[in-house]
Ligand binder design. Structure first.
Ligand SMILES: [Zn+2]
Length: 331
């Protein structure tokens, strides 16, 4: 087994290294480093990229990835792992989806502001594009990639593997195998929408020959130990299916494969009460949530426009007109 050599960092077989990769420089000269966790096994095998925290309020993703990898013994590992637990440190500092301080200072220069949408990135671009380019350099040194998220603050997902679009050939088919291997119980095989747009990490990585997928789980802006445990098990399931570690996968009782998300938006502002439990199947016409005005009057009853699965709840206590109050997965 050879040493793993990446960005000038050498990881001997059977060992792991925590390193800092310089990525950006701020006005006062502060260097923003990407934290790396590099694990090299003792037998040749796949190299897996695992990224989390590209959105700064998605802390469950950071916790579940590091919890999973704490259970990986480098002396038992086949292949190697390149983990970036915080893919956009400036956003984590802001405890916000985006690196807010830079965006408020120079909004025009900071568009696009979301590194997740900027792949394959641009080393001569703005903060988001430079960060995406740096991450892409790491991703394209790997055989597979997993990009872990939660919704942004105010949303909560069931554990769900989201595929890149199917038009990306055999690498997309491999990504679908990875989605089943994660064992989340929920797979989105979408036909349109944000998650399969050009520029999204897993789409561009898969296009570049690295089968990849997005894994969403739990709630933005808070740590939820139940979802951290479930997510860590899913990451370990993927390692098992790639033949990197031993042990039996934790299989879900059932796997729902869906074709689209249906976001439902409020017609009125007010206080939001959700009546359906996350993950429940719903039928057309079923009450999902109710909105009350500040006097306590019920101003809207939100019902399901179609049959579906309640895959993403809004956890904000209030909504304005036009804000999303629920998302259904359509089978
Ligand atoms: Zn995200």
């Amino acid at each position: 087994m050879d040493p793993l050599i990446l960005e000038g960092i050498t990881v001997a077989p059977g060992t792991s290294v925590r390193a800092q990769l310089p990525a950006l420089e701020l006005a006062d000269g502060t260097v923003v480093n990407l934290p790396l966790l590099l694990i090299n096994g003792v037998r040749p095998g796949p190299r897996l990229y695992i990224g989390a925290g590209i959105h700064g309020d998605e802390v469950n993703s950071i916790a579940l990835v590091t919890r999973a990898l704490a259970r990986v013994d480098p002396e038992q590992l086949t292949g190697s792992i390149v983990c970036v637990p915080v893919q956009q440190p400036l956003a984590l500092q802001a405890d916000h989806r985006l690196p807010l301080a830079q965006f408020l200072k120079s909004p025009l220069d900071q568009v696009p502001a979301d590194a997740w949408t900027c792949f394959p990135g641009d080393a001569n671009g703005n903060i988001a594009q430079v960060m995406a380019a740096t991450l892409f350099r790491l991703i394209t040194r790997c055989d597979y990639a997993l990009d872990v998220h939660t919704p942004t603050r105010g949303g909560k997902y069931v554990p769900i593997a989201i595929l890149p679009h199917h038009g990306l050939g055999p690498h997309a088919a491999r990504a679908e195998d990875m989605a089943h291997a994660l064992g989340t119980g929920w797979i989105m095989r979408g036909e349109h929408g944000m998650y399969i747009s050009d520029g999204i990490l897993c789409v561009e990585a898969t296009r570049a020959g690295v089968p990849s997928l997005t894994f969403e789980i739990g709630e933005g802006g808070r740590l939820d130990i139940e979802f951290v445990e479930i997510g860590a098990d899913c990451v370990l399931n993927l390692l098992r299916s790639l033949g990197m570690i031993g042990g039996e996968p934790v299989a879900p009782a059932q796997t729902h494969v869906m074709r689209d998300f249906l976001g439902i938006r409020a017609q009125h502002g007010g206080l939001l009460i959700t009546e359906v439990a996350l993950g429940q199947p719903v039928v057309r016409g079923q009450v999902l949530c109710r909105i009350f005005n500040v006097y306590g009057d019920e101003v809207e009853v939100v019902t399901a426009p179609e049959d579906g699965l309640f895959v993403r709840a809004t956890t904000l206590s209030t909504v304005s007109r036009g804000e999303r109050v629920a998302t259904l997965g359509l089978v």
